[in-house]
Design a protein around this ligand. Structure first.
Ligand code: GLN
Length: 453
């Protein structure tokens, strides 16, 4: 079949079904069909690469020239970027078709996709439940087969936790593996983009496309990109798996823990050895993250001032009023909470007590992982403490919401790669198995994940 037929298939599924899920903010219908025609032409001329004509959806945090980029916010509801992000540019160069931009928590702050200015996303497994966040639109769209794959970003779990709650695969690469150029910044020292797909093999293919050095991102690492598909089928005999006891303890639903332990049998049969390990500073990673991420966010979000781009209030009286009302009206409650927390943590007199302390904890968290990777190759755990919770359930309790990231956040503080793969069901809802690897061990993670499926 042709790319036009394939693209039409997904567009018509989006048009029919997405009223129910709300996983897209923008559908790129006409332009997607144009791109598909061009891809078919390349094929007819024998000039098509491996990916020409395959549709993909992008989280609405990646700037796309000519297509709105809202970041889930009223602040950017009508923003059209004058330039393209490196990630989306790489997809276009590989002749992928852009189906549209997916829904997300406002500025990627959230774990349920309920903070979006464009409304909550519903989990395709049970539409009364959340899809997870912040890349909930991407996760739901892949789970509902509205797109074969999507991009996401992960600052504290935003690829892995929605992948887990929607029963799909997602990988957050090592910090610096994928360029952050043109990806709207939340917490720059933690943010990293990655693919969200049905299988580990698809994730490997897309990571091949996304990875690599980019001189436009000063934190992007100049290290060769392996072909992530090459090692997928290499034997796992002798693989050493570590189970951190802190990731199976308080707050983790016992049925989720049981499902993960059952899933681990697959690896025993494949010749892996499994032992308990300890990451002693785990409990401190959540408070450290909720100082560092808001601190960076408060600085990153200062650019939204009603002057340069984005929302501007009606008839400002003076400059001060313009700032106050544009930001007051343009940002939602969770974003404001983070700006307040971050500004406070960075202010004179509190900086040492909160920000510096959090940075010291960050180093200890990283050291925990370094120690454990002397003993094991891969760390495994539940991705999220529970299966998908009900819409509205945690909206009045930010701390309960933050606890959804208890098993994902330390990875971002350390800058390590990690992924989530579907590992069975509890009461009819998907459970995610998280795998954490050493720096730049994406190929290992994908190999281990691939052989589960
Ligand atoms: N849920 C976390 C937060 O709200 C992580 C979000 C993310 O990874 N973008 O900050």
């Amino acid at each position: 079949f042709s790319s036009v037929e394939l693209t039409q298939h997904y567009i018509s599924r989006i048009n029919q079904l997405d009223k129910k899920y709300n996983s897209f903010i923008t559908v790129n219908e006409d332009e997607a069909l144009n791109q598909a025609k061009q891809a078919d032409q390349l094929r007819a001329n024998g000039q098509a690469n491996q990916f020409a004509g395959i549709p993909v959806a992008h989280k609405d945090i990646f700037c796309t020239k000519g297509i709105k980029t809202t970041c889930g916010s009223k602040m950017l509801a009508n923003f059209v970027a004058p330039y393209e992000s490196t990630v989306t540019e790489k997809f276009s160069q590989a002749n992928f078709i852009t189906l549209g931009k997916t829904n997300m928590d406002e500025f990627a702050m959230g774990s349920s996709n309920e903070t979006s200015h464009f409304g909550s996303v519903c989990n395709p497994w049970d539409t009364k439940r959340v899809p997870g966040g912040s890349s909930g639109g991407s996760a739901a769209a892949v789970a509902a087969q509205l797109t074969p794959a999507a991009t996401g970003t992960d600052t504290g779990g935003s690829i892995r936790q929605p992948a887990a709650l929607c029963g799909i695969t997602g990988i957050k690469p090592t910090y610096g593996r994928v360029s952050r150029w043109g990806m709207i910044a939340f917490a720059s020292s933690l943010d990293q983009a990655g693919p969200m797909t049905r299988t580990a093999e698809d994730a490997a293919l897309l990571l091949n496309v996304m990875s690599g050095f980019d001189c436009k991102d000063s934190t992007c690492v100049d290290q060769p990109v392996p072909d992530y598909t090459e090692s997928l089928n290499q034997p796992l005999t002798g693989l050493r798996i570590g189970l951190p006891k802190e990731y199976f303890s308080a707050g983790i639903d016992s049925n989720v823990s049981k499902a993960i332990h059952a899933a681990l049998d697959v690896y025993r049969q494949l010749g892996a050895t499994i032992k308990e390990v300890s990451l002693p500073h785990t409990a401190l990673s959540l408070p450290a993250y909720y100082v560092i991420a808001p601190a960076e966010a408060s600085s990153n979000l200062s650019r939204f001032d009603g002057v340069r781009y984005g929302y501007r209030c009606e008839t400002p009286e003076n400059l001060e009023d313009l700032y106050k009302r544009s930001r007051g009206e343009g940002f939602g409650a969770e974003v404001k909470r983070r700006i307040l927390v971050g500004t406070y943590a960075l202010s004179a007199g509190y900086y040492d007590a909160y920000y510096i302390k959090a940075q010291k904890i960050r180093r200890l968290v990283k050291q925990d992982f370094t120690d454990v990777f002397n003993e094991v190759d891969v760390i495994m755990s539940p991705t999220a403490p529970t299966t998908a919770f009900n819409l509205g359930e945690k909206m009045d309790d930010p701390v309960a919401m933050y606890a959804s990231d208890i098993n994902t956040i330390a990875v971002n503080l350390a800058g390590l790669p990690a992924m989530s793969i579907p590992a069975g069901l509890v009461d009819g809802l998907p459970v995610g198995l998280q795998m954490i690897g050493n720096y730049f061990a994406e190929a290992k993670l994908l190999q281990v994940a691939h052989q589960f499926q």
